[in-house]
Design a binder for this molecule. Structure first.
Ligand code: NAD
Length: 496
């Protein structure tokens, strides 16, 4: 009997039977390690009802009270991060040090949310007109839905949940069905930290669960992260149902290497950002744009480093890159390697055929050179350990290539020239830019978001924009007439 992963509703596992369920794999062995319940209408209703019932109490909890829960959660998460990292590795496949890194970035967001008392202060204008004061109040939206992807099963939920709760909302979290256990672990820690039952619910499932949240009248906002086609669908469906929606989509991130760059630094960055987490990161470097004449030297340095990368079970501390998440995803990524070969790109390192352990979803790091914009390995988000090198004749050609791409999540430039870097940050049409930094995921007190097809909606995730997204403001214009004019004795002198 495999483990059964159940919804977490109203502060406890949801009982009952599930009409549908999904398999959760151990990607290193290919074995089914658990079955996860899939929500239908009844479970969506139960989760939203629990969140709605918890709303008045949580919204009415003082700022100090909410913050105390977040501080306690931060301590618990920090104390139990190794346990959570193991859970992530067992379902996602990424190496445990990488899973620990994901949790460290998640903790940043919890720490930011702990500043709620400061962040929720409104503005106040005394005497806007004679005797009239004007001030603003930031209030929660109500029940909010968070829908997350498989690739960061702890960090992405925690981009949203702490900020949503800090602002006084209650939450229904729908994690990826591929690695659902981290979300339940997080909900259990929140309960231990003192979060009232119903304030955070975890609803498992697929499209039916997502559609249930998108259409439910009691869900006031949706924060979504996933692939571009689903992000677009979620944005369109959610807004059509009157909700506030932020939907972060896919990516095709370019890293430009100018001829004056430190090529060793650039090659290290390309390998860590291209193959970390087996390339299953929305901020992974997918295309290295080598500006003439350094292409050959850079490709050689990248290939040298790839030969030293240790691919293995994420539980082995020696491993640097784990397997892909599922057999279906593995087949899809491998088909892109085949397509790259048939489209005429030069295959410098071939990761196909690697078998670390029987049954696992293994694909070794793969490198293509002379990739051109019309090839599917360039146009499509592969989301695997496949790095492409495209050659550009000049900085202007490299910039034009990036700006013509429909995605605009992250990018980086490697150069020794501050003026070139400054020009790039100004001219590139991408939401997050690294200068000699390969994966520029903003710290928790900035906000995360791409441009173009990488984000639908106008609020980026977490940080100040996260607080903005999870609140709506009210402006009060107030006059308290001085009744002493009417002869009422208030015991203080009349204003002159
Ligand atoms: P996905 O789009 O397949 O799934 C994301 C979520 O949507 C999951 O919870 C899933 O259950 C749900 N979903 C899937 N199909 C659906 C459908 N037809 N209707 C309604 N809901 C559906 O993405 P994934 O494979 O889990 O994650 C990888 C993708 O996420 C990549 O494209 C990656 O770039 C992107 N991503 C983006 C960011 C970002 O910040 N922009 C961060 C992480 C991942």
């Amino acid at each position: 009997m495999t483990e059964r992963i159940s919804h977490w509703i109203d502060g406890k596992p949801f009982g009952g039977t599930a009409a549908r369920s999904g398999e959760v794999f151990d990607p290193a062995t290919g074995e089914v390690r658990a079955h996860v319940d899939f929500a239908g209408e009844a479970e969506v209703e139960a989760a939203v009802a629990a969140a709605k019932a918890a709303l008045p109490g949580w919204r009415g909890t003082s700022l100090a009270g909410r913050t105390r829960v977040l501080f306690a959660f931060r301590e618990l998460l920090s104390a139990r991060k190794h346990e959570l990292a193991k859970i992530i590795t067992s379902e996602h496949g990424k190496v445990e040090s990488d899973a620990a890194g994901e949790i460290a970035r998640a903790i940043e967001n919890v720490e930011f949310a702990c500043g709620a008392a400061q962040l929720l202060k409104g503005g106040f204008s005394e005497n806007a007109s004679t005797g009239v004061d004007v001030y603003s109040i930031a209030q929660p939206l109500g029940v909010v839905g968070v829908i997350s992807p498989f690739n960061f099963p702890a960090m992405v939920p925690l981009w949203f949940v702490p900020n949503a709760l800090a602002c006084g909302n209650t939450v229904v979290l729908k994690p990826s069905e591929k690695d659902p256990s981290a979300a339940v672990f997080i909900a259990e820690l929140f309960a231990e930290a003192g979060l009232p039952a119903g304030a955070l619910n975890v609803l498992h499932g697929d499209k039916a669960a997502v559609d249930g949240l998108l259409e439910h009248a009691d869900v006031k906002a949706i924060s979504f992260v996933g692939s571009t086609p689903i992000a677009r669908y979620v944005y369109e469906t959610g807004t059509r149902h009157g909700k506030r929606v932020q939907a972060l989509g896919g990516a095709k991130n370019h890293m430009v290497v100018l001829p004056d760059a430190d090529l060793d630094l650039a090659a290290d960055a390309a390998v860590s950002a291209g193959f970390g987490s087996a390339g299953e990161r929305c901020m992974a470097v997918s295309v290295v744009v080598a500006v003439d004449p350094i292409g050959d030297a850079l490709v050689e340095k990248i290939a040298e480093r790839m030969a030293r990368l240790r691919v293995g079970d994420g539980r082995d501390p020696e491993s640097e890159m784990g397997p892909l998440v599922t057999a279906a995803h593995h087949a899809r990524v491998e088909s892109y390697v085949d397509a790259g070969v048939s489209s005429g790109a030069s295959l410098v390192v071939d990761g196909r055929g690697i078998e670390v352990s029987e049954g696992g979803f293994w694909l070794g790091p793969t490198l293509f050179d002379h990739v051109r914009p019309e090839m599917s390995i360039y146009t499509d988000e592969i989301f695997g350990p496949v790095l492409s090198v495209a050659r550009a004749a000049s900085y202007d050609d490299a910039l034009a290539l990036i700006n013509a791409n429909p995605y605009g999540n992250g990018t980086a430039i490697f150069t020794g020239d501050g003026a070139a870097a400054r020009r790039f940050q100004n001219e590139v049409e991408v939401g997050m830019v690294g200068v000699n930094v390969p994966i520029p995921v903003p710290v928790g007190y900035y906000s995360f978001g791409g441009w173009k097809d990488s984000l639908f909606g106008d609020s980026h995730a977490y940080g100040p924009e996260g607080f903005h997204f999870f609140t709506r403001t009210k402006v009060v214009t107030s006059r308290w007439p001085d009744r002493s004019h009417a002869g009422v004795n208030l015991g203080f002198p009349r204003n002159s």
